[in-house]
Write a protein that binds this ligand. Structure first.
Ligand SMILES: [Zn+2]
Ligand SMILES: [Zn+2]
Length: 299
C-alpha cells in the first residue's frame, strides 16, 4: 500500500488568510461602482456560484471527505479542481478540517463550533491560529488517504492550489478583454469588461460562496429544526439548505454523514443531490450511500 506523501506545508499562514479574505471583500465592494458593472459579469457570478459550490459540495465534501460516492480518479480530480475555484483551501486540508469537525463536533476540539461564538464559527476560526486547524498536524492525521495521491500533495505543497485561483483571475480578465476587442471595442472597453468580469465573476462570487459555506458551520449549528437526535447542535436550516445547495440540511447530515443525500423530506431541496444523480445517470459517478436501505453497498 502506498504510504502518505508529505507535502511541504508552508501555507496557509494566518496573515495571508487575513489579507486575502479582507482583500476579496474590498474588491467585491467595487461592485457598487457602476464602472465595474456588466451583465456578463453578473452572469459569470451566477454560473461561478453554481460551479464552485458544487465543486465544494460534491468534490470536497460528499466525495473526498465522506466517500458517499465513487468515481474514476480523473473525474475525482476534476471535481476537486472545481472545488479549488471556491478558494477554501486545497482538498486535503479542507477535508482534514471537516473530518475533525465531525470527529469533535461541538466540543472544544471542533475547529468551528458556534459554542465558541457565532462569529468564530462563521469566519473567526480562519483568521486566528489554533491547534485545531494546524495544517500539517491535522492534515497528516485526518487526510492520510488524500496524501497518498501525488495530485493532492501537489495542490497542498506550498499552497499549490492558490495558483489555480490566481490563474482564474487572469483567465477571466483576459477573456473579457479579448471578447470586447473582438466585438470592436477600444482598449478602454477591453479593460472595463475584463475588470467587470473579475470583480463580479470572481470577487463577488467567491465572497458569496464563502459566506454561504461558512453559514453551514455557523447558522446550521444554531438555528433550525432537528429531525434527528444527534449528540451535537446541528440543525436543518431551510435558508442555508437552499442557498448552500443542500448542505444546510445539516442535522440530517450529522445523523448520516456518509449519505450523499442531505435533503430527506420532499421539500428539503438538495440541489447537490440532484446534481449527483445527474452525474450518476450519465455514468460519471456511482452512488455508494444514499442514506436509505436501497443504497448499494460500498465497493
Ligand atoms: Zn456540522
Ligand atoms: Zn460532513
Amino acid at each position: 500500500m502506498a504510504t502518505a506523501l508529505i507535502p511541504p506545508f508552508a501555507t496557509p499562514g494566518r496573515a495571508f488568510l487575513v489579507t486575502a479574505i479582507l482583500g476579496y471583500h474590498l474588491v467585491a465592494l467595487l461592485a457598487v461602482v457602476p464602472y465595474f458593472f456588466s451583465w456578463a459579469g453578473v452572469g459569470l457570478a451566477v454560473a461561478g456560484y453554481a460551479v464552485a459550490l458544487l465543486g465544494i459540495n460534491i468534490g470536497y465534501h460528499r466525495l473526498l471527505a465522506h466517500k458517499g460516492i465513487a468515481c474514476s480518479k480523473r473525474v475525482e480530480h476534476g471535481l476537486a479542481v472545481l472545488g479549488v475555484l471556491a478558494a477554501q483551501f486545497g482538498p486535503a486540508y479542507w477535508v482534514a478540517i471537516h473530518r475533525r469537525h465531525h470527529h469533535h463536533v461541538d466540543d472544544e476540539s471542533d475547529p468551528h463550533s458556534p459554542r465558541t461564538g457565532m462569529l468564530w464559527a462563521h469566519m473567526g476560526w480562519l483568521l486566528a491560529a489554533s491547534d485545531n486547524t494546524d495544517p500539517e498536524a491535522i492534515t497528516r492525521r485526518y487526510a492520510k488517504d488524500l496524501l497518498r495521491d501525488p495530485f493532492y500533495v501537489r495542490l497542498e505543497a506550498n499552497g499549490g492550489w492558490i495558483w489555480i485561483v490566481v490563474a482564474s483571475w487572469v483567465a477571466v480578465f483576459a477573456a473579457g478583454a479579448v471578447a470586447a476587442l473582438i466585438a470592436g471595442g477600444t482598449a478602454a472597453d477591453a479593460v472595463q469588461l475584463g475588470l467587470s468580469l473579475a470583480v463580479w465573476g470572481i470577487a463577488v462570487r467567491t465572497v458569496w460562496v464563502w459566506h454561504v459555506t461558512w453559514s453551514v458551520n455557523s447558522v446550521s449549528h444554531v438555528w433550525g429544526y432537528r429531525s434527528h437526535d444527534t449528540p451535537d447542535d446541528s440543525r436543518n436550516n431551510p435558508i442555508v439548505g437552499i442557498l448552500a445547495f443542500g448542505e444546510g440540511w445539516h442535522n440530517n447530515h450529522h445523523a448520516a454523514p456518509r449519505s450523499a443525500r442531505h435533503g430527506r423530506r420532499w421539500w428539503e431541496l438538495d440541489l447537490t443531490w440532484l446534481a449527483i444523480k445527474a452525474l450518476a445517470w450519465i455514468g460519471l459517478v456511482t452512488i455508494l450511500d444514499a442514506g436509505d436501505r436501497t443504497a448499494s453497498p460500498a465497493g
